[in-house]
Design a protein around this ligand. Structure first.
Ligand code: 13P
Ligand code: SF4
Length: 301
């Protein structure tokens, strides 16, 4: 009898599909994926790939971003309820009201947001390019930054650039405690601390590097250091350990888990290919309007 992995591979070929997975996906999903990456890498990959069907193992806003960039392709999200609580912390009506208070402000939206929010925005950004995106806006221009307060304040402090910042946050990164990092540092004094910029300020203050998940993979591979304390969702450890078998990676807490990222498993990937479900489509005019903010982001060098 065929294993579930073999059934997925057979059906993937039959459907002309490709499987892409975010760095926080369960280990077994990352293991069968054709590509793994961070939000920016996956958006780019989805648009570049020749396959017409993309099984997107991640959360809803990520599949939506792929659908905006490739509206002609079939984008499948294996669990339709895999959302991102941070993305739900702002509505289009709330953003419209904020824009009405600051009519000349440029709106920069973190990719962890719905298509409707992106459609109301001038520029999109991810954790790997937020600094460059904010820097691309002229210094005298007012900026509204949504929805992540921690990423917003990190950029604001680094660039010494006042912004109007929304108060959304990631519940998973908010569960990471400074005491957990300090304990790991005591146990592993030679390790460097890599934290995600979605972490609150007390965590950012003790981190050596603030990086997107894709940047963490690159830094870990290139760094002469052999030990790393990883302050982000635990799923990333699978990739870090696989790609760097000679190095050691320590998670800060087993509470650093994103329940939405873990909604997808191998059964759901298989059902997704069998039933060609759940298709993510972004209707017009939201799709074209949201695309403008993503294209504006991709144009920033
Ligand atoms: P990355 O873009 O760094 O992969 O982050 C996505 C995310 O949802 C972090 O919580
Ligand atoms: Fe959203 Fe946080 Fe999960 Fe990332 S880790 S998808 S920001 S809830």
């Amino acid at each position: 009898m065929k294993s579930i992995e073999e059934k997925i591979q057979d059906l993937k070929r039959e459907r002309g599909a490709v499987i892409i997975a975010h760095n926080y996906q369960p280990d077994e999903v990352q293991a069968i994926a054709d590509f793994t990456g961070d939000s920016l890498e996956l958006s780019r990959k989805g648009a570049e790939l020749p396959e017409e069907v993309i099984v997107f193992c991640g959360v809803h806003f990520m599949a939506e971003t792929a659908a905006i960039l490739s509206p002609e392709k079939t984008i499948l999200l294996p669990d339709q309820f895999a959302g991102c609580p941070m993305a739900d912390m702002i509505t289009a009506e709330q953003l419209q009201a904020k824009k009405a208070e600051h009519p000349s402000a440029v709106v920069i939206t973190y990719v962890n947001s719905s298509a409707a929010i992106k459609a109301e925005s001038d520029l999109c950004c991810t954790s790997s390019n937020a600094m460059a995106v904010v820097s691309s806006v002229p210094a005298d221009q007012e900026i509204i930054f949504v929805p992540d307060t921690h990423l917003g304040h990190y950029i604001q402090d680094e660039l010494n650039r006042e912004m109007i910042i929304w108060d959304g946050y990631c519940p998973t990164h908010s569960r990471i405690r400074d005491v957990d990092i300090l304990r790991e540092k005591e146990d592993h004094p030679n390790a460097i601390v890599m934290a995600h910029p979605e972490c609150p300020q007390n965590i950012r203050d003790i981190a050596d590097e603030l990086l997107s998940t894709g940047q963490m993979c690159k830094v870990a591979a290139k760094s002469p250091h052999k030990e790393f304390i990883v302050a982000t969702e635990m799923g990333l450890l699978y990739r870090l350990r696989n790609e760097n078998p000679d190095k050691k990676f320590y998670s800060v807490s087993d509470r650093a888990v994103c329940p939405n990222m873990k909604k997808i498993d191998l059964e759901k990937v298989l059902w997704s290919l069998e039933d060609m479900q759940h298709r993510v489509v972004v209707p017009e005019p939201i799709c074209s309007q949201a695309r403008k903010s993503i294209d504006a982001m991709l144009a920033v060098k």
